[in-house]
Ligand binder design. Structure first.
Ligand code: HEM
Length: 353
């Protein structure tokens, strides 16, 4: 059940950004696809369709302008205060999940909870319904019927949760609230998770305070955006026919210059409305990582099998303490409680000065 045609042209890096900014390329008919699928199969996907119809992403013309205005107002309301609140929650979580544990750390719960900590003050929602596979995505174009049903149930539960918490919100505000949770969660987790993985892999256990991670993410969790040509065009020397669907690979900017990496957020009329939030999130997370005073050697990493997001589903690392590189230890002590803990990396990582 795949919306994507077999022969799709893929552009990467600058030509991909050029297409996103080009009015001759239209949005993919994602909402219509899901609504028609529900009709054809006689299944209820109405919660999914409601939330999708309140995202500016696939809308056009005046509807897009209205949704973009209302979504921007929603995301920017008390942004400074909410960012500060989120930062305090994330700092406390980093102390609990990363500083006070070890030597082997499962980074996934920290990344997931910190992302939820960040989004909660903005959306008023904590997380997707429990038991939902992280790869189930509102944005996926090739999910089976059972997965679509589970996703719809999760979104319905979130809409009900939003209504209970915000009884004064009308249906439009509730749908925008839930929609922005989905817009933010996987993109933030994927972008920071992938960037952290690149940095830790490069350092191979080297000290993070001496080899700081860049605050602007090096890798995107949103690798590709689809568009459809409305007229015959030539892009970067390649002909594209009217009606042809193209993939715009923003992951072509991975590991590029700062200016390149700021293009992870798209271009043109659909330029990401969450960009300032995402940059705040990455700054908060990199400050924590850069200030931790030890190294983290990656021990396991696996990316999600997702057609939409590049994000980790397995990410573990081992602490490498200064001057104790490679020492296997049996006990550990919280750095927050007693200063420098006595553990090193069981995998024998190297310390870089
Ligand atoms: C690092 C994390 C993020 C990345 C890499 C990212 C990337 C993108 C990209 C590439 C687009 C353009 C899509 C297109 O042209 O079709 C976009 C749109 C959008 N993003 Fe983000 N995003 C991130 C985080 C967020 C967050 C945290 C929010 C809000 C909670 C958000 C809200 C939006 C919205 C509302 C749009 C649609 C704007 C429109 O259609 O007019 N994003 N994002």
């Amino acid at each position: 059940m795949d919306i994507r045609p077999a022969a799709m042209r893929r552009f990467s890096g600058p030509p991909a950004a050029e297409i996103l900014a080009d009015e001759d390329f239209a949005e993919t008919p994602h909402v219509r696809f899901v609504a028609e699928l529900a009709d054809r199969l006689g299944i209820d996907l109405s919660a999914t369709v409601t939330v999708m119809s309140h995202l500016p992403l696939w809308s056009t013309g005046q509807e897009h302008a209205d949704l973009r205005r209302d979504t921007a107002a929603f995301l920017n309301r008390d942004r400074t205060l909410k960012t500060r609140r989120a930062e305090a929650a994330i700092r406390a979580r980093f102390d609990r999940h990363v500083i006070a544990t070890g030597p082997e750390i499962d980074l996934m719960p920290f990344l997931q909870e910190a992302t939820a900590d960040f989004l909660e003050p903005f959306t008023g929602l904590r997380r997707r319904a429990s038991g939902i596979d992280p790869v189930l995505s509102l944005f996926s174009s090739n999910m089976g019927v059972a997965a679509r049903r589970r996703l719809d149930a999760a979104i319905r539960a979130q809409l009900a949760e939003a209504e209970a918490r915000f009884p004064d919100d009308g249906p439009r505000s509730l749908a925008i609230r839930v929609g922005q949770w989905w817009m933010g969660y996987d993109g933030l987790l994927g972008t920071f998770g992938q960037s952290l993985h690149r940095h830790l892999s490069r350092l191979d256990g080297g000290r993070l305070d001496r080899n700081p991670m860049p605050a602007i993410p090096t890798d995107t969790g949103v690798p590709m955006i689809g568009r459809i040509a409305t007229i015959d065009k030539v892009v970067a020397g390649c002909p594209v026919s009217a009606g042809q669907q193209v993939e715009c690979g923003l992951d072509g900017f991975n590991n590029g210059t700062e200016a390149d990496r700021l293009r992870f957020f798209g271009a043109g009329r659909h330029l990401c409305l969450g960009r300032p939030m995402a940059l705040d999130f990455c700054r908060i997370m990199t400050d924590l990582v850069n200030g931790c005073g030890f190294g983290l050697k990656v021990t396991a990493y696996r990316k999600a099998n997702s057609d939409v997001f590049d994000m980790p589903v397995v990410f573990t690392a081992c602490k490498v303490m200064p001057r104790q590189t490679g020492r296997r230890v049996s006990d550990h002590t919280s750095l927050t409680q007693k200063g420098t803990p006595p553990y090193g990396c069981a995998q024998g990582g190297s310390e870089r000065p």
